[in-house]
Design a protein around this ligand. Structure first.
Ligand SMILES: Nc1ncnc2c1ncn2[C@@H]1O[C@H](COP(=O)(O)OP(=O)(O)OP(=O)(O)O)[C@@H](O)[C@H]1O
Ligand SMILES: [Mg+2]
Length: 223
């Protein structure tokens, strides 16, 4: 079942009055349960494309249909509601909130959605248990390793059962063994819960384990 579709997507940034054509006419389709990696050299447009697909930025032209609705015409606040309710994000630099514990970080989006405290704690702790990180519940980001922080970030991204999880170079700051464990975790979430993942990466390990691969070059799809 189709969940996300991009048509003739273009993104042109302005850099001191100079146009930078970062995404040049991309068409793609993502189905429910897909596990897709966007690869390509530095500057090829991976982050730009992911930000467009994740409703973090608007295309200069073209359309994006998410669950059959055109999201390119939506307002900023409508887009933030879609992100909060339907999407999960994992970033290269983990982006956990430093003053919150692991548990509180995982609870955070549910708090914004007004889910009662007891329910959100239970949901967060159950998933932490399932992913083997329950013992990190009371630790703050500066008390955790990079791999541990990224596992917390993955838990945070999937705790609300999002339709899609988007991850920009999720393994970039991890050693290859820790990255491999993190990939296994995401593959398990993909097969057990049918969560749809879209990553960008230039990590060979991530690319080899992709179920679908999109290769970008100069803002266009190569394959
Ligand atoms: N905010 C911005 N303003 C102007 N130009 C930008 C901006 N963000 C990205 N670019 C340019 O757009 C192009 C694509 O950048 P993007 O960050 O999407 O590439 P990338 O494939 O993610 O690269 P990397 O692998 O280094 O992360 C590059 O030429 C970049 O310099
Ligand atoms: Mg990038």
């Amino acid at each position: 079942m189709e969940i996300l579709r991009a048509e003739k997507l273009e993104k042109i940034y302005e850099d001191n009055g100079v146009p930078v054509h970062a995404v040049r006419g991309i068409d793609l389709k993502i189905n429910k349960g897909d596990y897709t990696v966007i690869a390509g050299p530095s500057g090829s447009g991976k982050t730009t494309l992911l930000n467009l697909l994740g409703a973090l930025d608007k295309p200069t032209s073209g359309k994006i249909f998410f669950e059959n609705e055109d999201i390119t015409t939506k307002t900023k606040s409508e887009l933030s509601q879609i992100r909060l309710n339907k999407l999960g994000f994992i970033f290269q630099a983990y982006n956990l909130i430093p003053v919150l514990t692991a548990l509180e970080n995982i609870e955070f989006s549910m708090m914004l959605l007004n889910i009662p405290e007891k329910e959100r704690k239970e949901k967060a702790l159950n998933l932490m248990d399932e992913l083997g990180i329950k013992e990190l519940a009371n630790k703050r980001p500066n008390e955790m390793s990079g791999g541990q922080q990224q596992r917390v970030a993955v838990t945070r991204a999937i705790v609300n059962n999002p339709s899609i999880v988007l991850a920009d170079e999720p393994t970039a700051n991890l050693d290859s063994e820790t990255a491999g464990n993190l990939l296994s975790l995401m593959e398990k979430m993909n097969s057990d819960k049918n969560i749809t993942f879209i990553f960008s990466s230039h990590d060979q390990q991530v690319i080899e384990r992709a179920k679908k691969l999109i290769i970008l070059k100069d803002g266009k799809i190569q394959n």
